[in-house]
Design a protein. Structure first.
Length: 285
């Protein structure tokens, strides 16, 4: 009930902002707990549970964000109660919606590539200075280069007329991608490599694919002045290598949850695209 009430309040606020300009949003819920220590004395504590910080673009589904936020917070609470060394829930202290204006740049050329990304073979960085990195990524997916130096844009120039860009101009904005999907029968998912420090980085979904046509996964990175698209050649391999768990896993492109079995991932992804939350079962002992 507390999460539902907080979600309703957040929805009213969120509806105003993505309609005007993109934002990054995160929900934080703080709860109070208590337990008795070894001497029998009551000990109280407050714990904050946070959703992922997600960008919301103009026209994005606010309800989808709220569903994911509630799911993440609920899993955090359940895990804390199961493995929190005896803490018992007392009361809801507060919930807050944190918003920051988000202005993704048009991807237009060369940026400094983080060291970790350079070493991930499942990502292809096509080098060019003509603001067409988005187009070259699509061509590299549809017409992969089997020769040496697949990172050179000249390997794909001959296929440029195979992609209908419609009225979209270079550099390509995130808001332009839906038109390109429709014109070319593509499902283009875009993920952002977000790095707070040298040791702390994460991947955030920026745009979900249409789900119709050939799947293309792009990685979006930016610095202070410009931005750049890179091709994720193998999404599952990319998600595995950015973590410490390198065993075979299959990932949902919407919520980024990983599964050991591909059939489980496909079943989950069908529901996840519809905004239906599923919570992994936690062992009872």
């Amino acid at each position: 009930t507390t999460l539902s009430d907080s979600s309703s309040a957040a929805r009213r606020k969120l509806v105003e902002h993505p309609a005007k300009h993109p934002v990054k949003a995160q929900i934080t819920t703080t709860l109070a707990f208590h337990k008795n220590d070894a001497s029998g004395e009551r000990v109280e504590s407050e714990k904050a549970f946070r959703s992922a910080c997600e960008p919301l673009l103009i026209g994005d589904d606010v309800n989808g964000f709220l569903s994911r936020a509630k799911g993440t917070i609920r899993i955090g609470i359940d895990t804390y109660l199961r493995y929190g060394s005896g803490w018992i829930f007392d009361r809801h202290c507060s919930s807050k919606l944190e918003l920051a204006k988000y202005s993704p740049l048009s991807a237009s050329g060369t940026v400094k590539i983080p060291k970790k990304l350079k070493n991930i073979r499942s990502v292809l960085n096509i080098k060019s200075r003509d603001n067409r990195c988005f187009l070259y990524c699509l061509l590299a997916k549809l017409f992969p280069c089997s020769e040496r130096n697949p990172d050179r844009h000249t390997k794909y120039v001959a296929f440029e007329d195979k992609i209908d860009m419609g009225h979209v101009k270079f550099p390509v904005k995130l808001t332009d991608i839906k038109e390109i999907e429709k014109l070319n029968g593509l499902s283009i998912s875009v993920f952002q490599w977000y790095q707070e420090t040298e040791w702390n980085e994460c991947v955030l979904p920026l745009k979900h694919g249409s789900g119709i046509g050939t799947q293309v996964d792009l990685l979006y990175i930016e610095d202070e002045e410009t931005a750049h698209y890179m091709l994720i050649k193998d999404f599952n391999a990319f998600m595995r290598l950015r973590t410490k768990h390198h065993n075979t896993m299959f990932y949902c492109r919407k919520c980024l949850h990983g599964f050991v079995e591909e059939c489980k991932q496909k079943e989950h992804s069908m529901l996840c695209r519809q905004g239906i939350n599923q919570y992994p079962e936690t062992p009872s002992n």
